[in-house]
Design a binder for this molecule. Sequence first.
Ligand code: ADP
Length: 314
Amino acid sequence: MSGVLCCGNIVFDVLVRPVSELRWNTTHWVDSIRHTMGGNGANTAFALGVLGARVRLLGWIGADPAGAFLLDKLAAAGVDLSGVRRGRAPTATTVSLVNPQGDRFLLHAPGVSLEAFADPPELDAPLLEGMTHFHLANPFAIPGLRRHGHALLRQARAAGLVTSTDTGWDQHGRWMQDLAQALAWTDLVFVNREETLGLTGSSDLCEAARIFAGYGVRMAVFKLGAEGCAVWRDGEIIRVPAFEVEVVDTTGAGDCFAGAYLAALLEGRDPATAARFANAAAALSVTQLGATEGLRGRDEIEAWMRAAPVRGGA
Ligand code: ADP
């Protein structure tokens, strides 16, 4: 039996829409204010759970209603929450103001993220029990993970787990300075185009993959938005086109993609099949507002893929 220990941030998202302008000292009436789940760790674990994989989440929430809301949602997707810690500060929260064009103005209170993983964490026996894969989702999002993410990957590798890192965006622009150590213990790296450029200085995928390999990575999965994805392994690159969908909100697409790719690998699929499945899961996720609301179960995705058009008609 395989399972993923998924580590990363857990965020309470408040989506407010539509907001066309901001004027201080006035009240705006809006169509909806919705509570949803965000955070790369929570989204990826949720996707794995929805897709039928065994998954345990390692992350932090506050002892507050926002945290309870997130735990309920994750539990409903079958995520094992025994690795979720409660800190003193409130659950990390983002308020997203969405205008009629879909652009966002984000207000983020990191809350408990600032105390999460402050001490070098230990992957003890209860956390590792039944797990075969360790996934680090966006170490740049949590200061403690930026410092100690590599220690978690090293312990996971030492315990015999396969490791992956979804790098995320570095808002401090330190990129490889802070990620190099983590990559040394990473088997599989997930990156989007902007992150690839930030980390390697190259927008050529083969060259970037070789740079990642130089740091110790064995497989690089490039998320290419509307162009789908590309998988690099053993000097070969496979490109897999995206599915044609009506895009409503691309937030969380990368997390759904990573969760689906890992779920497929865990089931023994080859990288090209996993990439196609991940493109499908992520394509469905962008058809609805919210990071994971559009995601469907495995059978539904597979049925959808059989008929869905691929972009560029490939
Ligand atoms: P991230 O969300 O990490 O920035 P991307 O924007 O590349 O990553 O999105 C992740 C995946 O979501 C893509 O690899 C693709 O499979 C899917 N995706 C994103 N945007 C679209 C789109 N416009 N049409 C179809 N699929 C998309």
